[in-house]
Design a protein around this ligand. Structure first.
Ligand code: NDP
Length: 252
């Protein structure tokens, strides 16, 4: 059988580390040309080089998802280089935790909303426009969180932002389903990445609940989240849209 993403072009944001970097490897191994976006271009180039050395195809676009012009540039480069955009994994995100709601600074609130919500918003608009223009029956996957469905600790802006990601996912799925564009979200549980290391450094007491609330009693490896994103980006999930797909080790 052909590789799952054979002939497809997939844009991945937050591809410089963690879940996004794992997705880049997994998608490229399944035949996709991957368009990698994040701010740290040295890290992007490192991952792209490894992919090319394994026989894969990768393009790097250094940029900030909160800037619509950067996101547009990534979509344009995908189309210019590979002809069209078939799928996207909108995964860039940032969290901080441990500050009670009433002590949270506006700057923190703004940054969290900007990266997690405006970032996904910028991506959806540019990607859907490109897919409609090329009449591509595309698949878009947004990274939400177990914090997108419930409160998971002292992190009000992050919890609100990940709820908003599910709202945008459902709205876009509903509007563009008739055009053949699917939009889904991953409800990601605690995963061992740079972000998790940063959160646990800020608030070490979170390690216990983050592992014990998953019935598997462990953190996920980023590659486990990447496999779910791969399925959603591929035609294997052709009748799934508007869904919040849990990849959370059984979070309770
Ligand atoms: P990492 O910190 O390893 O990765 C985050 C990625 O987002 C990096 O590649 C970073 O790249 C990128 N990024 C951050 N801000 C921006 C920006 N403004 N513009 C472009 N890229 C940006 O963490 P994870 O892999 O854990 O995070 C990936 C997603 O998973 C996030 O949306 C996160 O909220 C979500 N998630 C993670 C969980 C976990 O337990 N780890 C649990 C639930 C959800 P760079 O700094 O180079 O720009």
């Amino acid at each position: 059988t052909a590789p799952l993403l054979h002939g497809k072009t997939v844009m991945i944001t937050g591809a410089s580390s963690g879940i996004g970097a794992a997705a880049a490897r997994a998608f490229a191994a399944e035949g996709a040309a991957v368009v990698l976006m994040a701010r740290r271009d040295d890290k992007l180039e490192h991952h792209a080089r490894l992919i090319r050395e394994s026989g894969g195809e990768a393009l790097c676009v250094a940029g900030d998802v909160t800037e619509s012009s950067d996101v547009q540039r990534a979509v344009d480069q995908a189309r210019d280089t590979y002809g069209r955009l078939d799928a996207a994994f909108n995964n860039a995100g940032w969290a901080s935790s441990g500050t009670p709601l009433h002590k949270t600074e506006d700057t923190d609130y703004d940054r969290i909303m900007d990266v997690n919500v405006r970032g996904v918003w910028n991506c959806l608009r540019a990607q859907i426009t490109a897919m409609l223009e090329t009449r591509t029956r595309g698949s878009i996957v947004n990274t939400s969180s177990v914090a997108g469905l419930r409160a998971t600790g002292t992190a009000a802006p992050y919890i609100a932002a990940k709820h908003a990601v599910l709202g945008l996912t459902r709205a876009a799925a509903d509007e563009y389903g008739p055009s053949g564009i699917r939009v889904n979200a991953l409800v990601v549980g605690s995963t061992h990445t740079e972000l998790m290391d940063e959160v646990l450094t800020q608030t070490p007491s979170l390690y216990e609940p983050f592992t014990s609330r998953a019935i598997q009693r462990r953190l996920a490896d980023p590659s486990e989240i990447a496999q779910a994103a791969l399925w959603l980006c591929s035609d294997r999930s052709s009748f799934t849209t508007g869904a919040a797909v849990p990849v959370d080790g059984g979070w309770t």
